[in-house]
Design a protein around this ligand. Structure first.
Ligand code: CA
Length: 229
């Protein structure tokens, strides 16, 4: 049974989330301020931490940075009311794995949390590697066959979702949820446009295709090895 630490000072939101997680069969500890959240994160063992940014006492960024500085790589999903690129960058810089802006749908939070739990936090590599592709989530840096590829933040996130599941067809609906925080039945055109842009940039470095269309489903990333193997 997975064990979750939820650090959230809004009592009603915390209790709604706790009930939701418990209904999924997760064990949940709740802290209502940053200091208590940090104490629990450092003394108990969790499979994932859901961490609000705006907290009494230590804020979420400080908690996250302190947990990482202690050498703990428990997956961390940050929650924030702010929706600016600055905050997203700050969260990822302090070592968060994922980021969700309030207000969010519970279903999206659940999907993201499940993804983090599947990925796990033990000995997590700092980079995602798939064949000749290397992604660094902290800095959003992407290289292919050693050549840097300039991506927008959204393109990076889309590629990272596919690169974490090499060979697996991911539906456009799942991509809309995971990358754009949109319902799965939203217009898939935004996904198609971003995949086209990614293909153009990745194939400018090396013609071998990475992002393959999974007909009737979505896309899969098939690692390429630059013809060397
Ligand atoms: Ca808060």
């Amino acid at each position: 049974m997975s064990r979750i630490l939820l650090v959230e000072d809004e009592i009603s939101l915390a209790s709604v989330l706790r009930r939701g997680f418990e209904a999924e069969g997760l064990r949940v500890d709740v802290a209502h301020d940053g200091d208590e959240g940090l104490r629990l994160a450092l003394t108990e063992e969790y499979d994932a931490i859901v961490l609000d940014v705006m907290l009494p006492g230590l804020d979420g960024h400080r908690v996250c940075a302190t947990v990482r500085a202690a050498g703990l790589w428990t997956p961390i999903l940050m929650l924030t009311a702010k929706d600016t690129e600055y905050d997203e960058a700050a969260g990822l810089d302090t070592g968060a794995d994922d980021y969700l802006t309030k207000p969010f749908s519970y279903l999206v939070l659940r999907a993201r949390l499940r993804a983090l739990l599947r990925r796990g936090g033990r000995a997590r590599p700092a980079t995602i590697e798939a064949g000749d592709l290397v992604l660094e989530p902290g800095s959003k840096r992407c290289t292919r066959a050693g050549t840097e590829v300039q991506l927008t933040a959204r393109e990076f996130d889309l590629l990272a979702v596919l690169a974490r599941r090499p060979g697996v067809a991911v539906s456009k609906g799942a991509l809309l949820e995971e990358v754009w925080d949109l319902p799965a039945d939203s217009d898939p055109n935004v996904v198609e446009v971003h995949v086209s842009a990614l293909r153009r940039k990745l194939e400018a470095v090396c013609a071998e295709r990475l992002l393959h269309t999974a007909r009737g489903i979505g896309y899969r990333l098939v690692p390429a090895h630059g013809g060397s193997g």
